[in-house]
Ligand binder design. Structure first.
Ligand code: MG
Length: 203
């Protein structure tokens, strides 16, 4: 399986990082070795002093597809989970400044936390799915899927022009505003609507 991540998909997050608003989805990949499951702790890697959380809705692909049109995109996923796209922001900024690929700062081991459960879409109002990240009991990020620049079906269309989608692939759909550093012993709890999706510690 592969993990496809979308950058710059929420206007307020673009503003907080002083990035440019993209005219097509910004895509990068993480390898399967980046997955962090089962509420296991996340260990801050020694190559970063500014390790950021980015909470994101995650689509799970359940059908093989290539060149999928927006109109049919909904047939390729049926549930949604919640994840964290952990980012070594200091390293990412260095790489971006040099015009280099940013994988080392984004795709390292255990950088893709994912919820155990995925919620069937029929249990959600798919026009606007609300989600949030609490750290030590305080809400740090809140998002609504209706604020995405590129909604799910547009993402599927664009991604599948370049990458064949396979059953089990995950798509991290971008983070809303409020990203920031994590520190040792922080407790991260993620929610879709009122349902708790993950609960783990930073070590
Ligand atoms: Mg992200």
């Amino acid at each position: 399986m592969k993990i496809i991540c979308i950058g710059r998909n929420y206007v307020k997050h673009i503003e907080e990082l002083n990035s440019d608003r993209p005219d097509e989805p910004v895509i990068f990949l993480k390898p399967d070795s980046s997955i962090l499951r089962k509420n296991r702790p996340f260990f801050i890697p020694d190559f970063s002093n500014d390790l950021h959380h980015e909470v994101e809705l995650v689509l799970k692909i359940d059908r093989l597809g290539k060149n999928i049109s927006q109109k049919f995109a909904h047939r390729y996923y049926s549930s949604i989970g919640l994840g964290i796209d952990f980012t070594a922001r200091d390293l990412q900024n260095k790489l971006k400044d040099k015009g280099l690929p940013w994988e080392k700062s984004k795709a390292f081991d255990f950088s893709a936390a994912i919820s155990n459960d995925f919620i069937p879409l029929e249990e959600l109002n798919t026009n606007n799915i609300r989600f949030r990240l609490d750290i030590n009991g305080e809400t740090r990020q809140t998002g609504e899927s209706s604020h995405m620049i590129f909604p799910f079906d547009e993402l599927i269309e664009h991604i599948s022009k370049f990458f064949t989608l396979k059953t089990g692939d995950l798509i991290y759909t971008g983070t809303p505003a409020g990203v920031g550093p994590v520190k040792i012993n922080d407790r991260l709890e993620g929610f879709i609507e009122d349902r708790k999706m993950f609960d783990f510690f930073i070590k």
